[in-house]
Design a protein around this ligand. Structure first.
Ligand code: ACO
Length: 405
């Protein structure tokens, strides 16, 4: 806490808290995390129970509305989402403006932002109905956009949504079907991907969610605010960690695999190497990330169902975890696996390319972002987000004439 009278001659105090280590920027009733216990609740329900008993549509309803849906509410919600899965055909032309080798997160940032140019019928953010329809549109269209970005990168035709499939089954079909052959959704794969969506649906005031809130606090268009969240999520310290984690495992496998794990860990512990153990550590969890445990289970299930029990990357990840959990460097700093440590292995086994991992994360997190945005706007006293600064630049000085500079 800084006495700003000494700094600026103004009255009052403010906190200087780089990285917002101990500053709450809002009130929220959506997600609760106890980082020391390794506990995560959506609207009061433990993630372990939700992951086993619910599908992603239940979770979306829960996060948006505050409680789990009954059968009728679920059917109505499913139908609302299903009826908004198509994107405007004009968006295809927008997509075609990108290079085919563009990073999917660059493409997704652009496509989601572009949605703001399409929905002129729901731009009154003070109207709860407009906010609701924007939320439904975003949740419904995100899988279509991610699959379109993937198909475009492959030079393959887009596959349109098939609305008698589940949310996740439909996404898998849009990703992997071709017009030349039938595509049957594998139930184990569908369940695994659905669990990835559930585990990534919300995580209180992380960097991308705070970005959506800050951006949305100016009253901007919701699609523009979510596009800002996608951009923030891309970074390797946040959503990009799953991609970085799998790249790390692949590199380690190519350079000696399990035999070189000890050497690699020495590099991780050497502060001058600049190498971190990706998928480890978390700003809030100072215990095992509960999502990582669930993801490890899913990983085992999927690998076994697909006949990949001996997957070398999974074995490598287990060995890294085993060593890290008993190494004083990690123990003292309370560094445990986070959700990204195993999610990349699952996605790779499903056939999702590494460069698309963060886009899948964005798809799942969209419900959290839009629910948090809606919660902020529903508060009659919400204010535009406007952090202060601790100024460290020059004191007042005169502009010298050109010949004296
Ligand atoms: N490997 C090695 N050392 C680490 C790691 C890691 N993955 N994470 C943290 N440390 C060390 C730091 O070097 C630091 O050591 P020091 O105290 O000796 O200086 C200490 O642990 C604390 O680290 P900070 O970076 O200060 O912790 P912070 O809370 O700011 O960062 C973060 C959290 C960014 C997630 C960090 O742990 C990290 O970079 N992890 C790897 C990337 C990753 O997996 N990100 C995914 C996060 S989860 C998500 O977004 C879904």
């Amino acid at each position: 806490v800084i006495d700003i009278r000494k700094l600026y001659g103004q009255t009052g105090m403010f906190t200087f808290d780089p990285g917002f280590m101990s500053t709450a920027a809002c009130e929220s009733a959506i997600t609760y995390i106890d980082g020391d216990k390794g506990e995560l609740l959506y609207r009061g329900f433990p993630i372990e129970q939700l992951a086993v008993n619910c599908d992603f549509m239940d979770i979306c309803y829960l996060i948006l509305n505050g409680d789990l849906p009954n059968q009728e509410q679920k059917a109505d919600f499913d139908s609302q989402v299903t009826h908004h899965t198509m994107v405007n055909e004009q968006l295809h032309f927008f997509l075609r403006g990108f290079r085919r080798d563009a990073h999917p997160m660059a493409v997704l940032t652009g496509l989601v932002g572009a949605l703001s140019a399409f929905y002129h019928d729901s731009t009154d953010i003070t109207n709860p109905q407009h906010r609701h329809i924007s939320a439904i549109r975003l949740i419904a269209k995100m899988p279509t956009l991610v699959a379109m970005a993937y198909k475009y990168s492959q030079g393959q035709p887009f596959i349109y949504p098939q609305n008698d499939l589940s949310y996740t089954g439909n996404f898998l079909r849009m990703m992997f079907a071709t017009p030349c052959e039938d595509y049957k959704v594998n139930e184990v794969v569908e369940r695994a991907l659905d669990r990835i969506f559930i585990l990534h649906a919300d995580h209180e005031q992380n960097a991308s969610t705070s970005t959506v809130r800050l951006c949305g606090s100016s009253g901007t268009n919701p699609f523009a605010a979510i596009s800002a969240g996608v951009a923030c999520l891309w970074g390797p310290a946040h959503g990009g960690a799953n991609e970085a984690c799998l790249q790390m495992l692949e590199e380690l496998q190519a350079n000696g695999g399990i035999d070189k794990v000890g050497e690699f860990m020495e590099k991780v512990k050497d502060k001058n190497s600049g190498v971190r153990l990706m998928g480890f550590g978390h700003r809030v969890y100072k215990n095992y990330d509960p999502r990582a445990k669930l993801m490890q289970e899913t990983c085992k299930e999927v690998l076994s169902a697909l006949g990949l029990e001996n997957d070398p990357l999974f074995k490598l990840a287990m060995e890294l975890e085993r060593i890290a959990l008993s190494d004083p460097y990690f123990v003292q700093r309370k560094l445990y696996p986070n959700v990204d440590f195993y999610s990349g292995i699952v996605q790779r086994a499903i056939g999702i390319p590494t460069s698309l991992f963060t886009a899948i994360f964005a798809l799942a997190r969209t419900v959290g972002w839009i629910a948090q945005w809606n919660e902020m706007l529903s508060d009659p006293d919400y204010k535009i987000g406007r952090p202060r600064q601790l100024f460290t630049g020059s004191v007042t000085r005169d502009v010298p004439p050109m010949d004296k500079r």
